[in-house]
Design a protein around this ligand. Structure first.
Ligand SMILES: [Zn+2]
Length: 214
C-alpha cells in the first residue's frame, strides 16, 4: 500500500510530538490522545528512544492524570504560573474562546499538541523555576476549555489575566494585587500595636518562583 505524502507528513508530526511529550514526562494516555497513536506504538517509540538516549528517562508515565484544581492553586507562585500559562494557551488558540463541552475528547489534535508543547517550553524558558508540570498544564487546558470548574478572567484591580476557581469566593484579583493589599494592611496595622500574626501564605523555599511579570 502506497502511503501518500500527506499521510507520511502527518505521521512524522505525530512521531515528533510523541517524542516531545515523552521528554515532558507526559502520561501514556495523554500522548495517545494528542498524537492519535496507539498505546503500543507509543510504548515502542519510548523503548527505542530510551535505547538511543539511555540517560534520558522517557518512559511514558502510567496512572491517572491530575483531576483536581486545588493543588494547582495551592500557593501564590503556582497561581501566578497557572494564570500566565492559561492566558498564553488562550492567546495561542489552544484554549478556545467559547466553552467546549467534553474538551478532553474533542480538543486534542496534533496541531494543538504542538502548540501546547511550544507554550510549555516557552514558559520554562522565561520562568526558570516554574513548577507546573506538563500533565498539570494538560489538565488546566481541559478545565478552562470546559469552563465548569474554572475560567480565565481579568484582575479586578490591574486587569492582569487570572484564573478564577468557580468554587472560591475570594475576590477576583491577581496575586500581585493581593500581596500589595496585604502589605498595605500590614503597614497600617504596624502603625498601631505590633502583632505576632503569621502571613496567610506559607513562605516558599529559596529558588522557587515568587512573582511573574511584575
Ligand atoms: Zn492585579
Amino acid at each position: 500500500m502506497r502511503v501518500s505524502d500527506q499521510e507520511y507528513s502527518r505521521d512524522q508530526r505525530s512521531f515528533h510530538l510523541a517524542l516531545r511529550m515523552l521528554r515532558h514526562e507526559a502520561r501514556l494516555n495523554t500522548i495517545c490522545a494528542w498524537t492519535k497513536f496507539t498505546e503500543e506504538r507509543v510504548r515502542n517509540l519510548s523503548r527505542s528512544h530510551r535505547r538511543q538516549q539511555p540517560r534520558h528517562d522517557s518512559e511514558p508515565h502510567r496512572g491517572p492524570s491530575p483531576k483536581r484544581l486545588a493543588p494547582l492553586l495551592a500557593t501564590a507562585s503556582l497561581r501566578s504560573e497557572v494564570a500566565a500559562l492559561a492566558g498564553l494557551c488562550r492567546v495561542l488558540g489552544i484554549i478556545p474562546e467559547a466553552r467546549l463541552l467534553n474538551a478532553r475528547k474533542r480538543l486534542p489534535s496534533v496541531t494543538l499538541g504542538e502548540r501546547l508543547c511550544e507554550a510549555f517550553e516557552f514558559f520554562q524558558e522565561i520562568v526558570p523555576f516554574a513548577r507546573l508540570t506538563f500533565e498539570q498544564l494538560v489538565f488546566l487546558v481541559f478545565a478552562v476549555a470546559e469552563g465548569e470548574m474554572c475560567s480565565i478572567d481579568l484582575c479586578a484591580s490591574c486587569r492582569a489575566v487570572i484564573l478564577v476557581d468557580h468554587l472560591s469566593l475570594a475576590r477576583r484579583v491577581c496575586v500581585h494585587c493581593q500581596n500589595a493589599k496585604r502589605v498595605a494592611a500590614d503597614g497600617q496595622r504596624r502603625e498601631g500595636e505590633p502583632t505576632m500574626e503569621t502571613p496567610e501564605e506559607p513562605l516558599e523555599p529559596p529558588g522557587s518562583q515568587r512573582r511573574l511579570f511584575d
